[in-house]
Design a protein. Structure first.
Length: 330
């Protein structure tokens, strides 16, 4: 669950605790070009205050106007926007876009606390809502599940935020950390070298000053975790990779030129890693965009991480004859 959904749920809970009427608005279906994906969430208060988004803005304006003019929905119901080109244009939807929303009055906020607590423990949680009765239940969700709607029930999946564990507190890590935060990753930096970590002062970045293999083990990487080894020191990077490649982390990458990456794979093969586990390593790390500066290399790394996270094959890799930008620091 990203920080936006967490913010929506937290505001809805707090408003409800203040005695306000609150509605949760969820995108359940889209046709054509839609500005927000299925599962996007918004909380609407009885005075028209909103947090979150289900469109580019005009749909939100209409929802606010409905509440401010006295509409008080008492049970789960549907709203459809963009049924024709004129309406799509009026609500700011792209050409041919149609949006179906589920509006649900918040009758009990205890489930929100449970969702927030369980996702903070890196659990996947599903909430199934019966639109006919308004009854809802929470249960464990399975990896790969997504929002589902069959006309009678809506099943929303809430998961932990994506995390990024970086090995090394050098200049590249500092730039990458700032960019990763902008993409809503929880960022952690591991470096046992005091001369590096003692000057690491980044807001909302957690320092883990232990040995990389121990830190990775204690970190308990899951399917929402990316691990990047950036020290360019095999004594540190390889320690992290030996544990990371055996974990469920969705992305594992290491800094280095093509030749260094080949030697790293040879070293890893000497330990208790299978060929399949070693093949999970992204190295040279990042997409081929001609990166030279730390900021450009960070963009290349994040582009590859996002593509893997979103299930898009990272095809823009370096050709065999081309050197890796990271070789500049070899």
């Amino acid at each position: 669950m990203d920080s936006i959904d967490r913010e929506v749920l937290e505001h809805a809970r707090d408003w409800f605790a203040e005695g306000r009427h609150v509605w949760l608005i969820t995108v359940v279906e889209t046709w054509g070009s839609a500005p927000r994906p299925v599962g996007a969430l918004l909380a609407l208060r009885d005075d028209g205050l909103v947090v979150g988004s289900v469109s580019g803005g005009c749909v939100e304006d209409d929802l606010i106007e409905r509440v401010r003019t006295g509409e008080r929905v008492g049970k789960p119901s549907m709203i459809l926007y963009g049924v024709d080109k004129e309406e799509a244009a009026r609500f700011g939807l792209p050409c041919g876009g149609t949006l179906r929303l589920l509006q649900e009055p918040l009758a009990d906020a205890k489930w929100i606390d449970e969702v927030l607590e369980r996702t903070a423990r890196h659990e996947l949680v599903a909430r199934t809502l019966d639109l006919r009765t308004g009854a809802a239940k929470l249960e464990a969700a399975q990896l790969g599940e997504a929002f589902a709607f069959d006309g009678d029930t809506a099943r929303a999946v809430f998961g932990p935020r994506y995390r990024m564990l970086m090995i090394g507190a050098g200049q590249l890590s500092r730039v990458l950390a700032e960019m990763a935060k902008a993409l809503d990753f929880q960022v952690f930096v591991c470096d046992p070298r005091e001369e590096y970590y003692s000057t690491l002062e980044l807001p909302q970045v957690t320092l883990l000053p232990g040995m990389p293999d121990d830190v990775v083990t204690e970190f308990k990487p899951d399917a929402n975790t990316a691990i990047v080894a950036l020290t360019h020191d095999p004594k540190l990077d390889d320690l992290a990779l030996l544990e990371a490649l055996k974990s469920p982390a969705f992305y594992i990458g290491a800094l280095g030129s093509r030749s260094n990456s080949a030697r790293r794979r040879q070293r890893l093969a000497m330990f208790d890693l299978t060929p399949e586990e070693i093949a999970r390593l992204h190295g040279p790390i990042g997409l081929h965009i001609g990166s030279r500066t730390p900021a450009e290399i960070a963009v290349a790394i994040l582009a590859e991480i996002v593509s893997v996270k979103n299930g898009v094959a990272p095809t823009q890799k370096k050709a065999p004859q081309e050197s890796d930008a990271c070789a500049l620091s070899d």
